[in-house]
Design a protein around this ligand. Sequence first.
Ligand SMILES: *Cc1c(COP(=O)(O)O)cnc(C)c1O
Length: 501
Amino acid sequence: MRYISSRGKHSPVSAAEAIKMGISPDGGLFVPEYIPEISASVWMQIEGRTYQEKTGAVLAYYLQDFSPAEIKKCVMGAYNTSSFDDERIAPLVKINDRIYIQELWHGPTSAFKDMALQLLPHLLVASAEKTGEQNEIVILVATSGDTGKAALEGFKDVAGVKIIVFYPQDGVSEVQKRQMITQTGGNVFVAAVEGNFDDAQNGVKKIFADQSFIDILAEYRMKMSSANSINWGRLLPQIVYYVSAYSDLQASGQIKRGEAINIVVPTGNFGNILAAYYAGQMGVPINRLICASNTNNVLTEFIRTGVYNRNREFAKTLSPSMDILISSNLERLLFEITDHNAAAVSAWMEQLKTTGQYQVDRACLDKIGSLFWSDFASDQETQHTIRTTWEEDGYLLDTHTAVARNVYDKYAASTGDSTKTIIASTASPFKFGKSVAQAILKPELLEGQDEFAVLKTLSEATKRPIPAGIRDLDKRHILHKAVSSKETMGETVLDYLGINQ
Ligand SMILES: *Cc1c(COP(=O)(O)O)cnc(C)c1O
């Protein structure tokens, strides 16, 4: 299995090279040259098996340049009970006759990013070895909150790698900030950027594209790579949990053999829902993929009209990890549904860059409509759904998963569809505890409390434990105090790496 670029101007590479490079040099994203179908015997073989065994089986289809022993080593290093607080890793919780919530947040940082970022470092190290890489790898990350911490946890103390995370000084929640600035590990560095997320992201992109910077690092035998979801090594682990969930539903007799399901995904960069699409193409029977947006509803509009238009106000919502106007993984979907038409995809992406919008053709839109359904939820609707789901189903949703539940309810009402449905739950309610507490508790209870006191109140009121990674966060030592202007991020990187220019 080789990997090709969605822009069509780079020759095919092995899985190890695609993972090590992160992004294709022609600006495209790497995709597998074909999507393998899970055979009947593999479906049988994984039924009732552990999450780790199922992961090994799915990975084997895509990592054909890895040996079974190498895959197993990566998988066991990633998914274990010293990192995850539930041995099922991605458990399904049935909340009513139709809806199952798949909890993807039992990893060290309490968001679903751990599902991929616990495995990616192992895949990257194996890929570097396999391709004879002689340089030290420097991972640069710009984060709006969840990716940064998950990447730090994944890469801390990994030999041959250094990781540098930039977050917007005033653009992340108190919990998210504390999680990052208290990060331990001998190879990690965290800096605040004086600016918003776009400034941090643009700064990192500029460094990636700066040839003189690349040359300086090369002199010191260092090479940059990416931990964002543009890296195939981050998408692949996400395909697994949809296969796993379907297999579990079948094994427990909750669905019949071959019975189709819906999957609802709270969406930002389109990575998680794209993984569900790949799972469908591999043979998971899917009726509809339901794409849930917040008021930054670029994707809802696109799925309904075929017009992608990022020229709009950026809204700060209660589901900040979905506050995004450019969903980079959509490029992979367009490449797939146009049967690998790299010229069309390149033209659309060029239009997006120059005018901020593009429109796909009718055939493309029809195909999207046959696979996806989409709507969005406002902050008020999000809070309402947290409250009603708690009161009626006794289940506590975080703000992102609540967007998904709200949009699912709209889907069920508008279509009358009663297909069994999995909602991807992307964060622990305690990660966005303040908004969750405000949705279900009386204001008097929270008066005068800081974010950490609110978590304790929420935990006592709901009798749910605060996850270990968030508990006592306010008492941990602050280890990272660096602040960088958006113009001097490059110097900040060189300083940390001990390179004096
Ligand atoms: C990153 C994130 C999302 C969005 O996922 P994408 O793959 O970017 O679409 C949703 N919820 C949470 C909690 C996240 O951290």
